[in-house]
Write a protein that binds this ligand. Structure first.
Ligand SMILES: Nc1ncnc2c1ncn2[C@@H]1O[C@H](COP(=O)(O)OP(=O)(O)OP(=O)(O)O)[C@@H](O)[C@H]1O
Ligand SMILES: [Mg+2]
Length: 151
């Protein structure tokens, strides 16, 4: 478990870019934590580093947005409003399609997350507007190695 302090949107983007530099096929990144804490900012940083030029929007109502991309595809999910659609969307199929999956509010679908994954929990500090505490936990050897390399 790693505890990282981000003091600006830019620092969260830089962290995402560092993690992107160690990406591998079928990577799954689970983002959890407070509303407005930086989960989408992280995803945008990761996507731009991947070379995706399309604007990343929050897929709140569609749940899943796919970004086909030359280097590696990105599947961006926001499962906050998933309710009973979970079984229809085939979320698990994305985990083995060769791209990177980033899931906002991943703790809402704990039962279908892969065993091996990177978890990042965002916390807002009440007294410092632009500061976020990020608790990063790797599950599995690949993710442990990734954390050692970039954190
Ligand atoms: N250190 C920081 N890291 C990331 N974002 C920050 C930071 N400090 C301030 N911000 C601001 O916080 C907001 C984060 O918004 P964002 O949409 O990424 O949150 P979110 O976690 O995706 O929210 P939601 O749960 O609604 O999806 C942005 O307006 C961003 O500019
Ligand atoms: Mg978001």
């Amino acid at each position: 478990m790693y505890k990282i302090t981000s003091r600006s949107e830019r620092e969260t983007i830089e962290l995402a870019q560092n993690i992107e530099s160690e990406k591998f096929p079928n990577m799954v990144i689970c983002l959890e934590g407070d509303l407005g804490s930086g989960k989408t900012v992280f995803t945008k940083g990761f996507a731009s580093s991947l070379g995706i030029e399309e604007t990343i929007t929050s897929p709140t109502f569609n749940i899943i947005k796919e970004y086909p991309n030359k280097e590696m595809d990105l599947y961006h999910m926001d499962v906050y409003r998933l309710d009973d659609k979970k079984d229809d969307l085939g979320i698990e199929e994305y985990f083995t399609r060769g791209g990177v999956t980033i899931i906002e509010w991943a703790d809402m679908i704990k039962d279908i997350l892969p065993e091996e994954r990177l978890e990042i929990r965002f916390k807002i500090l009440d007294d410092e507007e632009n500061t976020r505490v990020l608790i990063i936990t790797p599950f599995g050897k690949k993710y442990e190695d990734l954390c050692e390399a970039v954190l």
